[in-house]
Design a protein around this ligand. Structure first.
Ligand SMILES: Cc1ncc(COP(=O)(O)O)c(C=O)c1O
Length: 420
């Protein structure tokens, strides 16, 4: 199976952990990449090599190691910019993760530099999100609403697990300042169509952010084509290390935004009573950044590019179509999210009648070495919407196979046997 030229067995060899035997000799079946992905040798070795031979602080040391580190860190920025087709490398801000990127933008509202109306927000103004957001794209906006008196509103989700935009014109209106929507749901797998929402956002003169934490790792994402104002994503879900995330923003907006954190390297000059700030992106990168993590992300981007994002998307589409079909065989299994492979990614969340997801996850792990995630996956409001406290989630990536999905189905039958 697979797209032409896509060899999943060859790809699996790049990920040392996939060859690991778990205690008791069980092979690892890793179906938790939506949580965090595994890392190929290319990323591990790049980081190891940098730490072993080139490490120094960036931006401030004049010696050889300082300049080698700065070059590698800034080269990673170039790679990430090219990966998402950012118009300028200066529009790529390295953060700690996607959560920090989302918080950084939320912080700018209500704290504008000068008189910039776009970031002024207060009572009577509105922020729009959706019911399918990860907590990282809910809580920063709740904090903003609490801080400024603005109102938080949200798109509902249909029974099928799609964004319900029937009330788009009412929800996004002249009072709206910012709309922030997930590109691909980490629970439902749903891939949202951004353009109809963006068209309305432009009509009313608001700004739009996209949480692309689950789309940038799995499909080609071109921020210019997407046309929004801000995009957030995170390194550890895209075969890169943890500790590094990305905010892409339009240059002109980033220039108009206040710094988020203060410290070394984000300044131009400092007096005892005030400071001036470095140009973007450095204005947003206070202190020693995650140097080796950024370099690792650069290697991850090289790796994904070499495999081909179109190929990865096609492979995952085949996997999810196979999984949706195979899971039908399991009695009492209810999929939360779209049941066809159309406009959805490789994440499948489900409930098993009468069995708590924690028990499902425990048995899959103990007996079969299958790693899935159980709980609300940091999307509690979405679970409340479906009237359930938790789900079991299998999430696929470029290194997964249909044999692993077969193992999951066998494991679920076993779980049902155990629970009678
Ligand atoms: C859709 C979505 N947004 C945001 C995040 C947060 O990513 P991080 O924990 O790296 O900040 C996640 C992680 O699970 C996610 O799935």
């Amino acid at each position: 199976m697979g797209a032409p030229g896509f060899d999943v067995e060859r790809i699996r060899k790049d990920f040392p952990i996939l060859a690991r035997e778990l205690p008791g000799g069980r092979p690892l079946v890793y179906l938790d990449s939506g949580n965090s992905s595994q890392k190929p040798t290319q990323v591990i070795e790049t980081m190891r090599d940098h730490l072993a031979w080139h490490y120094g602080n960036v931006g401030r040391a004049l010696h050889v190691l300082g300049s080698e580190s700065t070059d590698a860190y800034e080269a990673a920025r170039d790679k990430v910019a090219a990966f998402v087709s950012a118009p300028s490398r200066d529009e790529i801000v390295f953060t700690k993760n996607a959560s920090e990127a989302l918080n950084l933008v939320a912080y700018a509202f209500g704290n504008p530099i000068g008189e910039d109306e776009r970031f002024r927000i207060g009572p009577g103004d509105e922020i729009v999100i959706s019911e399918m957001e990860h907590h990282s794209n809910i809580v920063p906006w709740q904090l903003l609403a609490q801080r400024t008196g603005a109102t938080l509103r949200w798109f509902p989700v249909t029974d099928e697990g799609r964004l319900d935009i029937e009330r788009l014109d009412e929800l996004v209106n002249e009072r709206t300042k910012i709309v922030s929507i997930v590109h691909q749901s980490n629970v439902l797998g749903t891939v949202n169509s951004i353009s109809p929402i963006l068209a309305r956002v432009r009509e009313v003169g608001a700004l739009m952010m996209v949480d692309a934490s689950q789309s940038v790792p799995h499909q080609p994402v071109d921020v210019t084509e997407l046309g929004v104002d801000f995009v957030a994503f995170t390194g550890h879900k895209m075969v890169g290390p943890s500790g590094i995330g990305v905010l892409w923003g339009r240059r002109e907006l980033l220039d108009a935004m206040p710094p988020f954190l203060g410290g070394g390297e984000m300044i131009e000059a400092v007096w005892m009573d005030h400071s001036t700030y470095a140009p973007v992106p450095h204005k947003f990168e206070a202190g020693t950044p995650p140097i080796v993590e950024a370099i690792g992300l650069g290697a991850a981007v090289d790796y994904l590019t070499a495999v081909g994002m179109d190929q990865i998307k096609a492979h995952e589409k085949e996997l999810v179509a196979y999984a949706l079909e195979a899971l039908r065989e399991v009695p009492g299994l209810r999929i939360i999210g779209p049941r066809t492979a159309i406009a959805r990614g490789g994440t499948v969340s489900f409930t098993l009648e009468g069995i708590h997801p924690h028990d499902v996850g425990q048995i899959l792990d103990d007996v079969y070495g299958i790693a899935v995630r159980v709980g609300h996956h940091c999307a509690r409001p979405l679970h409340l919407r479906f009237g359930i406290p938790a789900t079991t989630r299998a999430s696929f990536y470029l290194y997964n196979t249909t044999a692993e999905i077969d193992a999951l189905v066998r494991g679920l039958h076993h779980v049902q046997k155990v629970f009678g």
